[in-house]
Design a protein around this ligand. Structure first.
Ligand code: SF4
Ligand code: SF4
Length: 100
C-alpha cells in the first residue's frame, strides 16, 4: 500500500532534521538555518549525525518546535528541494501519526 501523508506536520515538529552537504547544495536556504554538528547539544542527535555522516542540523528554537520551512498550512516551503531525510520518511515504517 502506498503511504499517504495526511499533512499533520508532526514529523516536521518532532524530529531533528539532519543534513548532508548534498542537501545544503540542493537547497541553499538551508545554510541560513543550519547548525554544525559541533554545536549540537543533544548527545543522541550528535551520535546519529556522526554515524550517518550528517554534518548539520536544521536549527529550531526548542525541541518539538516546527522546522522553519513548515508553512502554517503544513506545506513544506522547500518541498522540491527538501532534505533527503524528509524525502525518505517514513521509509516503509509507520509515521508518528499512524502510531497514535
Ligand atoms: S507525521 Fe506522518 S502524516 Fe503527519 S506530516 Fe509527517 S509523514 Fe505526514
Ligand atoms: S524541510 Fe520540509 S519536510 Fe523537512 S522538516 Fe522542514 S518542513 Fe518538514
Amino acid at each position: 500500500m502506498v503511504f499517504e501523508c495526511q499533512k499533520c506536520g508532526q514529523c516536521c515538529h518532532q524530529f531533528s532534521i539532519t543534513l548532508t552537504l548534498e542537501d545544503m547544495n540542493r537547497e541553499p536556504r538551508l545554510w541560513q538555518v543550519a547548525i554544525p554538528i559541533q554545536q549540537v547539544g543533544n548527545p543522541k542527535t550528535r551520535a546519529y549525525m556522526a554515524e550517518k555522516k550528517h554534518t548539520w542540523v536544521i536549527g529550531k528554537s526548542h525541541s518539538g518546535s516546527a522546522c522553519p520551512f513548515l508553512a502554517p498550512n503544513n506545506d513544506c516551503m522547500i518541498y522540491e528541494t527538501r532534505p533527503q531525510i524528509c524525502r525518505d520518511y517514513p521509509q516503509g515504517a509507520k509515521c508518528i501519526r499512524e502510531m497514535q
